[in-house]
Write a protein that binds this ligand. Structure first.
Ligand code: NAP
Length: 465
């Protein structure tokens, strides 16, 4: 196993920093330390845990420019998006600093006068997290904050492409006063660290954000030790534009949802379904707006679209575009690339495709790139049929000014997150997560702390009348 990771800037291919990879023994030691610390951290009262989380959030905010710069350098997203992500990341810490104070139990009337039934919640134990490169700050705090708030200890393995943001956040957590062994990171290959986490009896929960195949392997790996799992996996979001939609709003929101982070988000619009009566208008306005987006280094002011994270991601997007064109899709804009395989950078100009159909890969698989395929529908039933015809069920969007159409679409779409006239539904105070192959469990909102708690009940008998 390699002893270090070279972190590279995906906009230039240049090496930014080399970070140590922990050995198997070091990872086992970290797990043991996290397990041992649990006994202490779980006994610290909730008000103090809440205070430490607030302190962590504040330190991140104080260092936000520097963190955002590191994030843009290792991930490629425009600096303004990195700053937005730092705020999004601390919003989870702030929310769970509050939720730490609201982990309530209850009493239940017993069937016998001489009994009392008392229900309480206790933290689950040491939690291990594996996070992706596309949101290196927020995907980590969305897990760490509820875990620490509940009284669990936490250990995270960030993606190899983007370990630096996570390392900075953990350092700031320690500076804020959270004990060193209560929140730790380890670096290494997912295929090596994953089994060490799943096979460990000391780890009581795995929380993962990443691709569906890896998520499935972690669920299987967790079976032998009967671990709790939370899985935030892939998506294939449909966006439906009804005949009475506000087209200008739909254009604006679709651009945000599709092209943010160069299309590399799990809730990115992946399929645009437009009612046939407004397809021409939408396609024309949307294409005009997309053609104005500027591609470049995320550190340069005015950049809207940064690079694709790596060669594998680039090849996947290009293969989907070529497949669609071969099968009859029309390119309305884009389909241009700035690539240097030797240096290691890969840019894709924002692309819009029309006349796509279900035979094309892009309508079946997550794209993870700045490509928007447009297809049309005649009836709402047809739109719902196309939208639900996927193993994924993370996010869906629709645009309509009619409340009956809106509620009908909401009721029939099999997705965990739905945006109605809203291309940016994610929020720390709402439960984020998917159905079907998109995952198990929810992160955010009051729901997001539940997976870190065990329920215990006490039945007291033989009491005096
Ligand atoms: P990925 O390949 O699954 O990687 C994600 C993380 O898993 C990385 O830390 C990776 O480590 C690790 N990993 C890889 N192979 C592993 C294995 N065999 N065992 C354990 N861990 C392993 O996913 P990605 O391509 O980087 O990320 C994009 C995916 O994440 C997309 O499918 C996207 O939809 C999904 N995502 C979902 C959400 C959500 O909330 N639902 C949010 C963001 C992203 P290495 O870096 O070492 O490979």
């Amino acid at each position: 196993m390699s002893t270090s990771i070279e972190v590279r800037n995906p906009a230039t291919g240049e090496r930014i920093q080399e970070v140590n990879v922990q050995t198997t023994e070091e990872i086992q030691t970290a797990i043991e330390k996290g397990h041992k610390e649990f006994k202490k951290w779980s006994k610290i009262n909730a008000h103090e845990r809440s205070r430490l989380l607030q302190e962590w959030s504040q330190r991140i905010q104080e260092n936000k420019e520097e963190i955002a710069k590191v994030m843009t350098m290792e991930n490629g997203k425009p600096l303004s998006e990195s700053l937005g992500e730092v705020n999004y990341a601390t919003s989870y810490i702030d929310w769970y600093a509050g939720e730490a104070l609201r982990v309530y139990g209850r009493t239940v009337p017993a069937a016998a006068e001489s009994k009392r039934i008392v229900i309480s919640r206790q933290p689950i134990g040491l939690v291990a997290a594996i996070t992706p490169w596309n949101f290196p700050a927020a995907m980590m705090t969305r897990k760490a904050a509820p875990a620490l708030a509940a009284g669990c200890t936490f250990i995270v393995k960030p993606a190899e492409d983007t370990p630096l943001t996570t390392m900075t956040l953990v350092k700031l957590a320690h500076e804020a006063g959270i004990p060193k062994d209560a929140i730790q990171y380890v670096n290494g290959k997912g295929s090596v660290v994953g089994p060490l986490f799943t096979e460990s009896k000391l780890i009581r929960k795995i929380t993962f954000t990443g691709s569906t195949p890896v998520g499935k392997s972690l669920i299987k790996g967790s079976a032998d030790t009967v671990k709790h799992v939370t899985m935030e996996l892939g998506g294939h979001a449909p966006l439906i534009i009804a005949e009475d939609a506000d087209i200008d709003l739909a254009v604006n929101q679709t651009i945000f949802s599709k092209y943010r982070n160069a299309g590399q988000t799990c809730v990115c619009v992946n399929r645009i379904l437009v009612h046939e009566s407004v397809e021409d208008e939408f396609a024309e306005k949307f294409t005009k707006a997309v053609a104005k987006l500027s591609v470049g280094n995320g550190l340069d002011e005015g950049t809207d679209i940064g690079p694709i994270i790596n060669e594998k991601g680039f090849d996947k997007v290009v293969a989907q575009v070529n497949d669609a064109i071969e099968k009859g899709a029309e390119v309305l804009t884009g389909n241009e690339y700035v690539v240097d395989r030797e240096k290691g950078y890969y840019f894709i100009h924002p692309t819009v495709l029309r006349n796509v159909d279900a035979s094309m890969e892009i309508m079946q698989e997550e794209t993870f790139g700045p490509v928007a395929p447009i297809t049309s529908f005649k009836t709402l039933e047809e739109a719902i049929e196309i939208a639900n015809n996927t193993p994924y069920g993370l996010a869906a969007y629709f645009f309509t000014e009619n409340y009956k159409t809106g509620m009908y679409l909401h009721d029939h779409l099999d997705f965990g997150i739905i945006g109605w006239n809203d291309g940016a539904p994610s929020a720390a105070h709402a439960p984020f997560g998917g159905m079907k192959d998109s995952g198990l469990g929810r992160e955010g909102g009051t729901e997001g702390i539940e997976p870190y708690l065990e329920t215990k009940y006490l039945s007291v008998g033989n009491l005096l009348d």
